[in-house]
Design a protein around this ligand. Structure first.
Ligand SMILES: [Zn+2]
Length: 325
């Protein structure tokens, strides 16, 4: 139902049905006038039931609770509009708050289609991909009025004093929370212990992998004894995990470079040829959403190679074509 991590600090494991992530960690901080809930789960009945049950067991009063969302993905943001009282503060990072304010669903969906098409995703599978996309299926009912956070802002709840650390990469404005006295890092999806955070080059025309690696450097020097990630288990060795994540991306980069030299030239084609942890007989047996996220990951690597000057990118028939520089 919930786990006590430290005094006035709890973890509720929110199930994510039929999702390889399995569950989301929602963290609850109490001891102040108002409680703080960090991340919420998808807008799905199973998530809502687990979160409400956990909050009830901890003794959280939703009429006196604020929320902080580490980033815009539906498994973190999805339930906030459902749970937040009308006077609740909903803290959110500035880049994504600005972006969602401008957000018009139709534009967003056509933009998603277009970005997947540019990556070489087959035309005949785009519509189905969107239909299955968790961001479309389980996103929030509406966007609440956000209390916008910047890098370095402080949030105090009871005995906890968190510093906001902006860590773009997994998403454009992803935010971690650091409690220096207690040496705790709420790492969102920036640093996960058991799985590698997805870095997508599909979302934005930027070097998101480059941003991500810089954001790993940014948290590396923090004095941290306990990492509270957005998914899976809580862990302690932040520096060791960052080393593993850097190494993972170096190995991937070498693989992408090797394939690029053999003439593989779109993100989609690259994804079909790269090696993945996901257990399936072949690319064609991957669930469509896993293919979608894999193509995003391949695109992130290709863009990063372009940013480093190791690859070139041109457009052909509306699709990005990559070649060795
Ligand atoms: Zn995420």
């Amino acid at each position: 139902m919930f786990e006590t991590i430290r005094s006035d600090l709890y973890r509720i494991e929110v199930p994510l049905p039929n999702n390889p992530l399995r569950s989301l960690n929602s963290y609850v901080v109490t001891g102040g006038e108002r409680a703080l809930v960090v991340d919420t789960g998808m807008n799905q009945p199973e998530c809502r039931a687990a979160l409400e049950t956990g909050l009830g067991a901890i003794g959280v009063d939703l009429t006196r609770t604020d929320f902080l969302i580490t980033h815009f993905h539906a498994d973190h943001l999805g339930l906030v509009a459902t749970l937040a009282a009308s006077d609740a503060r909903v803290y959110f990072n500035e880049p994504e708050a600005v972006w969602t304010r401008k957000f018009k669903t139709a534009d967003f969906i056509s933009g998603m289609l277009e970005r997947a098409r540019v990556c070489g995703f087959p035309d005949n599978r785009l519509e189905e991909g969107l239909k299955q996309h968790p961001g479309i299926k389980y996103g929030p009912l509406r966007y609440p009025e956000f209390a916008v956070l910047h890098d370095g802002d402080i949030i105090e709840v009871g005995a906890y004093r968190f510093t906001c650390i902006q860590t773009p990469g997994h998403s454009p404005g992803h935010l971690c929370l650091y409690e220096p006295d207690k040496k705790i890092l709420l790492s969102g999806d920036h640093v996960l212990g058991d799985i590698t955070p997805n870095i997508s080059g599909m979302l934005d025309d930027q070097d998101m992998l480059g941003a991500y690696l810089q954001s790993l450097d940014k948290v590396y020097e923090l004095d941290v004894a306990l990492v509270l990630p957005g998914h899976r288990r809580v862990f302690s060795d932040l520096k060791g995990r960052i080393h593993e994540l850097r190494e993972h991306h170096q190995i991937r980069e070498a693989e992408v470079m090797t394939l690029l030299k053999t003439g593989v030239n779109t993100a989609y084609e690259m994804a079909t040829r790269m090696s993945w942890d996901f257990v399936a007989e072949s690319w064609d047996h991957f669930p469509l959403m896993q293919q979608w996220f894999a193509v995003g990951e391949a695109a992130a690597h290709l863009r990063h190679l372009v940013a480093k000057g190791a690859a070139c990118r041109t457009m052909r028939d509306g699709i990005c074509i990559y070649t060795v520089a």
